[in-house]
Design a protein around this ligand. Structure first.
Ligand code: FCB
Length: 482
């Protein structure tokens, strides 16, 4: 998804998609009946008690316990203590009026060694959680892998071992058999790009490897594992299963051929590396050249196997990338350029709502009319505590409002968008940033574990209550918001 330049002009994607037909905000269009309003979290980021009740350690447990890996030195030992406070958290979801909740399962709670022996107590936790959600009228979307691999499998090579496709399918099948009657949607992997890029290319995330030779192998095995789980699902499951990817439109910082080429590389690497194999059974043509001798020869039969029909794609959208050539950072050889005049969140991610509708339309154009969910969207913001209690977060409110309007525009333009999950329900452990970056619409005091609804939570509750109608008027525009 490459866009022509950094200006807000109608962009084009992948060099092939002319967006000039895009008509911009369409506030008068309501969200469809039955549109799913949700919030998302992940196991390691909120649960705490990582070794409770017979669970095995995960790669993230190891990583956070390795000095220097997390900026704040924090671990997920307590996090939001959700493992013990899940009832309180379901009550919060109810208060917000959520129709759905996206959670992930800790693989090593269920299979402490990653394969073989099932830990009944670990599985029971998720049974109770999912039952509790259903009793509250909240549909569960369950992600099987949100980055916390059993450490025992990492010891066997982790995502570099071809056998992991079978290990993942075995684990997935345990969950399908135990929970399929209570889960509305399954997602195989969360953001495989981040796993291969952060975990195996740059080493900033677990398991902390930094090798251009490993990253494509990890990416390929993630795809094989995804496909093996989908295949297993077709024999035992009756609901829906999909894949969750992170996407962002890429713009060249200038029209120089250096920047334009760098942008295309960046787009191939981040946006097409996973979806092309899943839908087209091929890798983007840029990748072998980008990785050079580190790019393996993958068997054609693998690519055929990877192309399994998915019931939906989950899109995690946060920002865009305005890219400039920088040969010092292979394989993309591109870096982001700050945009004067743009608003940036605490993650230093540019706020660019238009990119959300562009991204959804790009998927429709490139891969066809697959049902979509926005499985993550949100902002890290420095919240202001209010004297009477509560928290003011006008930037997050504006962020959500503008991205929801963009989502509605995409629906009006014909995208089959089924639902929206805000990231995140709770402030949580933002991976290698620790708790220093807060994405929650609910504030968490990590000393007392007290939960407090922020202004954005009240705003989102109103969006849900009105099925988005509140987005059409200025009531949704808080004082001081951008
Ligand atoms: C995504 C991750 C999620 C969270 C958000 C901010 O990449 O899926 O766990 O960290 O970013």
């Amino acid at each position: 998804m490459v866009t022509a330049d950094a200006s807000p002009e109608p962009p084009f994607f992948g060099g092939a998609f002319d967006m000039t037909s895009f008509s911009g905000p369409a506030d008068s269009h309501p969200f469809p009946d039955g549109f799913v309003w949700g919030a998302a979290t992940s196991a390691y980021q909120i649960e705490g008690s990582p070794l409770a009740d017979g669970a095995g350690p995960s790669t993230w447990h190891r990583f956070t316990h390795t000095p220097g890996r997390v900026l704040t030195g924090e671990t997920g030992d307590v996090a939001c203590d959700h493992y013990r406070r899940w009832r309180t958290d379901i009550a919060l979801m109810r208060e917000l009026g959520l129709g759905a909740y996206r959670l992930s399962i800790s693989w090593s709670r269920v299979l402490p060694e990653g394969t073989g022996r099932i830990n009944a107590k670990g599985l029971d936790f998720y049974k109770r959680l999912v039952d509790g959600l259903r009793e509250a009228g909240i549909a569960p979307m369950v992600t099987l892998f949100h980055w916390d691999l059993p450490a025992a499998l990492d010891d066997r090579g982790g995502w570099l071992n071809r056998d992991i496709a079978g290990w993942f399918a075995e684990y997935a099948e345990v969950l399908f058999r135990a929970l399929d009657d209570r889960v509305a949607w399954w997602a195989t992997l969360n953001e495989p790009w981040v796993v291969s890029d952060g975990g195996y290319l740059h080493g900033t995330l677990a398991p902390g490897h930094a090798s251009p030779f490993e990253a494509p192998i990890a990416a390929h095995n993630l795809l094989r594992a995804h496909a093996a789980a989908v295949q297993a699902y077709r024999t035992v499951g009756r609901r829906e299963i999909g894949l969750v990817v992170n996407l962002e439109p890429k713009f060249p910082a200038s029209q120089s051929s250096d920047d334009v080429t760098a942008t295309a590389r960046s787009d191939a690497y981040m946006n097409r590396q996973f979806l092309d194999p899943v839908f087209l059974a091929s890798y983007p043509p840029e990748l072998p050249g980008m990785f050079g001798e580190a790019w393996p020869v993958f068997p054609a039969s693998d690519l055929d196997a990877i192309r399994q029909r998915v019931d939906f794609v989950g899109v995690n959208y946060y920002s865009r990338g305005v890219m400039q050539l920088d040969p010092s950072v292979p394989p993309e050889c591109a870096v982001r350029v700050p945009q004067p005049g743009s608003v940036y969140t605490e993650m230093n991610w540019e706020v660019y709502p238009r990119g959300l509708s562009d991204t959804l339309l790009w998927i429709k154009e490139r891969y066809g009319d697959v049902p979509l969910f926005i499985t993550e969207n949100g902002a890290a913001v420095a919240d202001q505590a209010l004297p009477g209690g509560g928290f003011s977060d006008p930037l997050r409110v504006a962020y959500l409002r503008d991205h929801l309007r963009a989502a509605r525009s995409a629906i009006a333009a014909g995208v089959d968008l089924r639902g929206y999950f805000v990231w995140s329900l709770l402030d949580n452990l933002e991976w290698n940033h620790g708790t220093s970056k807060r994405f929650g619409i609910v504030h968490v005091n990590f000393t007392t574990q007290r939960r407090t609804l922020k202004d954005s939570a009240h705003f989102y509750a109103e969006v849900i209550r009105t099925n988005g109608a509140v987005l059409a008027d200025d009531v949704a525009r808080p004082e001081g918001a951008c």
